[in-house]
Design a protein around this ligand. Structure first.
Ligand SMILES: CC(C)(COP(=O)(O)OP(=O)(O)OC[C@H]1O[C@@H](n2cnc3c(N)ncnc32)[C@H](O)[C@@H]1OP(=O)(O)O)[C@@H](O)C(=O)NCCC(=O)NCCS
Length: 176
């Protein structure tokens, strides 16, 4: 049975760091722009696009979160997420969100988001907010099904010489 619980300070982060964070997609959202507008158009990509989210600074990032949540099936860690409150604008930022590939599509991601919502509702937060990329077509479908709306984009966020080159940052929010 699925159990979603807070990740306790002092717990070893190794099982989280071992989670497979990759996705593969045969479609993305290509950004088209005019001087003062942006449009995201679905586009088939061949070969498929693959990406792995790095967990290099996980231990530090876990400590930086207000609440980390882990999803377990029996003794097996199958997913996690983390949220951090921004007092100045009352947004609860979602950090990592990963589900083990063999357990995707079974409601675990939704369960983690609903647990994050429940936590956020115990605070002054007015919404959950997160960043993803135009290339993460699967996650965008997931976020929309989980009640998030596109609330912005930033085509200059990622260093073209670094990770995320050629990608556009997309932001999603879900009101609480
Ligand atoms: C994105 C991710 C967290 C979703 O978790 P999940 O457990 O597979 O999602 P769920 O099973 O809870 O799905 C919830 C809803 O989203 C939909 N959904 C999930 N993945 C989808 C996909 N690839 N395409 C279309 N819909 C999808 C489900 O159909 C479901 O809809 P429904 O409840 O209305 O039927 C998971 O796929 C993942 O870990 N991806 C790789 C890492 C990643 O990209 N993380 C996000 C970084 S921004």
């Amino acid at each position: 049975m699925l159990n979603i619980r807070p990740f306790r300070a002092g717990e070893a982060p190794a099982p989280l760091a071992a989670l497979y964070t990759s996705f593969t997609t045969d479609r993305i959202y290509r950004m088209q722009r005019t001087t003062l507008s942006f449009v995201l158009e679905e586009e088939v990509v061949d070969p498929p696009f693959c990406k792995t989210y790095p967990l290099d600074n996980l231990e530090t990032e876990l400590k930086d979160m207000d609440q980390n949540l882990v999803a377990e099936l029996g003794p097996e860690l199958v997913g996690f997420t983390g949220v951090k409150y921004e007092a100045w604008n009352r947004r609860m930022g979602v950090g990592h969100l990963y589900v083990a590939p063999q357990h995707r599509g079974k409601g675990i991601g939704r369960g983690l988001i609903e647990s994050a919502v429940n936590y956020a509702r115990t605070t002054e937060a007015r919404c959950l907010w997160l960043e993803t990329q135009n290339t993460n077509y699967p996650a965008i479908q997931f976020y929309r099904r989980a009640g998030f709306r596109l609330c912005g984009l930033d085509e200059s966020l990622y260093d073209p010489l670094g990770l995320g080159r050629g990608e556009v940052a997309l932001f999603f929010a879900r009101d609480l």
